[in-house]
Design a protein. Structure first.
Length: 275
């Protein structure tokens, strides 16, 4: 594995040394840091960093992904802060630059980007062997999913309601779904700065008539079967979604990158096979 130490912001990072103190503001990255064997170096996390459940609970919380408590992070005296372009506010990250020597910016957009993510963190924190193991496991899953012919499906992947929101084609979620030949609608790209990466939509939108199935994600909005039932009966959606399949999908498995992508691809294959 190449020792890639340039992050998503184009910053080249030196090796961390023997005693890094890491605060992660990204749930999937926190899980990845544990998978790399960095348990003792993780000194802070958000309240949404809940995996691995049996090990993360001892790590102090510093707020949410978009409501970070600056003083709480500063008090932990981290050497490294790991953030994500989509999940964290730029103003928060800029404020923390005064207190944290190294800020590692991540921004995976497709499953293959996880290889570079593993290499980046493995090189910075001297966990190259663990990173290579994860890369090998990810490659196996990608080989498995691409070896099959999956029926083409047009899907609406809902992440929020009131307002209803979905995902653009250039998001990580859409790229994951394309592994099983499921293509998200509407057919739009959100752009590099993310202005329309998670667009709102109306239930009477004409393009809904082209949807083959509706997927209600378990996160960030916690959709339930009751929401599926209500949506199927909502008169606003009668024109476009009448008779369409409306079902729940595990948002963590589809949207979490890092080590979760390995299980996530397996989950998607099982899900698509059953549905």
């Amino acid at each position: 594995m190449s020792e890639q130490t340039v992050d998503a912001a184009g910053v080249k990072h030196p090796r961390a040394g023997e005693r890094p103190r890491i605060v992660s503001l990204v749930p999937s990255i926190t899980e990845l840091l544990f998978a790399l064997g960095l348990d003792r170096q993780i000194v802070g996390r958000t309240g949404f960093c809940v995996h691995p459940r049996d090990r993360v609970r001892v790590v102090p919380k510093v707020g949410g992904t978009k409501s970070v408590r600056i003083d709480a992070v500063r008090a932990l005296q981290p050497t490294h802060l790991v953030v994500n372009i989509d999940e964290n506010e730029r103003s928060t990250v800029d404020a923390l630059r005064a207190y944290v020597p190294h800020i590692v910016v991540t921004h995976p957009l497709v499953p293959d980007d996880n290889f570079a993510l593993f290499a980046l963190l493995g090189a910075i924190f001297d966990r190259q062997d663990a990173a290579q193991h994860l890369s090998d496991a990810l490659q196996t899953q990608l080989d498995n999913v691409t070896a099959r012919d999956w029926p083409h499906q047009r899907v609406l992947y809902a992440i929020w309601r009131d307002p209803w929101m979905t995902v653009a084609r250039d998001t990580y979620i859409s790229a994951m779904l394309r592994l099983v030949n499921w293509h998200t609608l509407p057919d739009i790209d959100g752009g590099p700065m993310g202005a329309q990466r998670y667009p709102a939509f109306d239930l009477n939108a004409q393009w809904l008539a082209d949807v083959d199935r509706v997927l209600l994600s378990s996160e960030p909005y916690r959709f339930t079967q009751a929401h599926c039932d209500r949506l199927a009966q909502d008169p606003r959606a009668a024109g476009g979604l009448a008779g369409k399949r409306i079902e729940l999908i595990d948002g963590e498995q589809v949207s979490w990158y890092g080590s979760r992508a390995i299980d996530g691809i397996g989950y998607l294959q099982r899900y698509a096979s059953r549905h």
